[in-house]
Write a protein that binds this ligand. Sequence first.
Ligand code: ATP
Ligand code: MG
Length: 378
Amino acid sequence: MTSSRSYTIAVLPGDGIGLEVMPPALRCLEAAAKRFGFNLEFRHFPWASCTYYHEHATMLPKDWKKDLQACDAIFFGAVGDPATVPDHISLWGSLLLFRREFDQYINLRPCRLMPGVTSPLANREGKPIDFITVRENTEGEYSSIGGRIFEGTDRETVIQNTVFTRIGVDRVVRYAFELARSRPAKRLTSATKSNGISITMPYWDERVEAIAKEYPDVKVEKYHIDILCAHFVQRPHTFDVVVGSNLFGDILSDLGPACTGTIGIAPSANLNPTAKRDDPNQEWLPSLFEPVHGSAPDIAGKGIANPVGMIWAGQMMLEHLGEKEAASAMLLAIENVLKEAKNAHDRGESNILTPDMHGNGTTEELGGEIEMEIGRVS
Ligand code: ATP
Ligand code: MG
């Protein structure tokens, strides 16, 4: 019998290790679908890759938007081959274009210290690191308004404006409050710099304070970005949900996963949380799920890339699609397998942790073990 819960997923493995971590991640998703009684249809696309670019002199085919909008979500590996294609072509011609065209205004990155991963910041006061960064993904400091004047003279001046719109700020801040409310700690940290950036940042703070009134159950604190970065390193276990503008969120969302060990395990979601698939009055704008890492040309082709970032991104995708039970099982399976492998590693035995986690396992071995565990966890 086929389930009424059925999802179509656009699969874009991309380049480098994207091609290697995608297959085990798809098998994990299939295992979750089978176990929890829903259907996944994968549509594989070879584009949004440098290989495609070499053959077609473009990153995307003409109908790319239609193809992606025919899917419930986009599952993206990694794009880039800087030796043959400049990043501004590969990245702006694919991932960054998707973000803009599908108005993926939230960038989410969970930061969680996983068993098996060595972090220099681990276990301060014996507390786990488990927080999530929410980055505004469409406006702010990354506007292209500005330019150069008096060029070539000694009065040469360069200006680039930050743009905060009320809609743009409110929607990301409100999303972060909702997320904080849904978590046990119910704490929201807002990144600011209103002591130095005296026009836009006080506005950000003002909107956070205004929206906070709708969430009396959420504890709010704000920190200037400089000291907040220091606190990420000194006491990462004290954070829960952290929200920031495009620039501050960018910085924090790289620093966050770095606090929890290897870049190989970290996932990322680019969300349009308000788009509705079956609403005839609005255009369908799918969300995209990817690992934080890039195509890693230095280890590509060796079969040793850590598949956990890609698998965990798949877990976030199931959560987003509403398959909460399957998503919880996938996360637990990742944790169980890493814990078990770490114990073997500590006993000096051969283990399936990939080399970035100081083991001697392969992408397929680690991915395969997580796939099996998804069928077992309760
Ligand atoms: P991008 O610009 O797309 O972020 P990058 O080359 O700057 O790409 P990554 O591709 O993310 O950065 O990788 C940085 C380094 O981290 C790689 O060279 C690789 O050694 C390591 N690395 C990244 N991802 C993984 C992974 N999944 N498993 C093991 N090591 C990884
Ligand atoms: Mg990089």
